[in-house]
Design a protein around this ligand. Structure first.
Ligand code: ATP
Length: 260
């Protein structure tokens, strides 16, 4: 029996994801501990979304072990109650209003009405969604749909947040609020894993990062730790990222070509 008290929020061992014969994620392993904000980085098509989707069961792994607080992801009911997930591509129920949609989510999660109302009030006000609360989702902007999806993922106060490029589409204010929420969540002992292309955000927010390139984990640890390991790279996470994903010389070539 796994020791759930000591089990990390997320444990991934030897994960491989295939689409037909194409290997999108190639034998990667990492864990996310309580109180951690883990950044999953990688160029377009590296395998970040595929990795995140396996955790919530949207993609079936070809092999590997995934556990959430010591529970295998096949234990869907237990695992889903501990996870809040915001996908890269938001799909909501367009004919409902945010109020109706979030009430629906709360009912599926079997949340008590008073608790939900208090949480909803805080989150809706934090993301300035109040004025759109009774507008059909179909009529909302991309950013406001994204905010509704974030509120839906936070409603049951999950211990593990899984966010796939959560800042894309958010305005500066909402982006700041989400970053504050992520930090607050980790400070309370929760865990967060999020994918991003914004190196500055990852560098500032993440306790550790995992850099995936062509499905493989090519760099993992604290930014400070990576600075020591990755030779001949600058000190910023962006420079380390470009080095380990073998894109640094490409950037230099393009700069030279532009200057010529
Ligand atoms: P991005 O930063 O562009 O969102 P990503 O790191 O999230 O990329 P994935 O979406 O996981 O990458 O894709 C990894 C690889 O798997 C890509 O080559 C992609 O084309 C491929 N892929 C993803 N989903 C499918 C699918 N359903 N069928 C076939 N190939 C897929």
């Amino acid at each position: 029996m796994p020791n759930e008290a000591a089990a990390p929020p997320l444990l991934i061992q030897g994960l491989t994801v295939k689409y037909g014969s194409f290997i999108a994620v190639d034998n990667i392993s990492f864990m996310v501990n309580s109180g951690e904000i883990y950044g999953l980085l990688g160029p377009n098509g590296a395998g970040k979304t595929s990795t995140l989707k396996t955790i919530i069961g949207l993609v079936q792994p070809a092999s590997g072990r995934i556990e959430v607080f010591g529970k295998p992801i096949s234990d869907e009911v237990a695992v889903k109650s501990m996870i809040g997930y915001v996908p890269e591509e938001i799909i909501l129920m367009d004919s409902l209003t945010p109020r109706e949609f979030l009430e629906f989510v709360a009912s599926i999660r079997r949340l008590d009405a008073n608790t939900v109302n208090t949480r909803l009030e805080k989150l809706v006000s934090a993301f300035r969604l109040g004025e759109y609360f009774d507008t059909p989702i179909a009529a909302l902007s991309k950013g406001n749909k994204q905010k509704v999806a974030i509120v839906a993922a936070l409603l049951h106060e999950p211990q593990l947040l899984i966010l796939d490029e959560p800042l894309i589409g958010l305005d500066a204010f909402s982006s700041k609020i989400l970053k504050e929420l992520i930090v607050f969540h980790a400070k309370k002992g929760g865990a967060v894993i999020f994918s991003t292309h914004i190196m500055e955000v990852a560098e500032r927010l993440c306790t550790r990062v995992g850099i995936i390139h062509r499905g493989r984990m090519v760099g993992e640890g604290t930014v400070e730790g990576l600075r020591k390991i990755v030779k001949n790279a600058g000190s910023s996470l962006e420079e380390i990222f470009l080095k380990v994903t073998e894109q640094e010389s490409g950037v230099q070539e393009i700069i030279k070509a532009l200057e010529a």
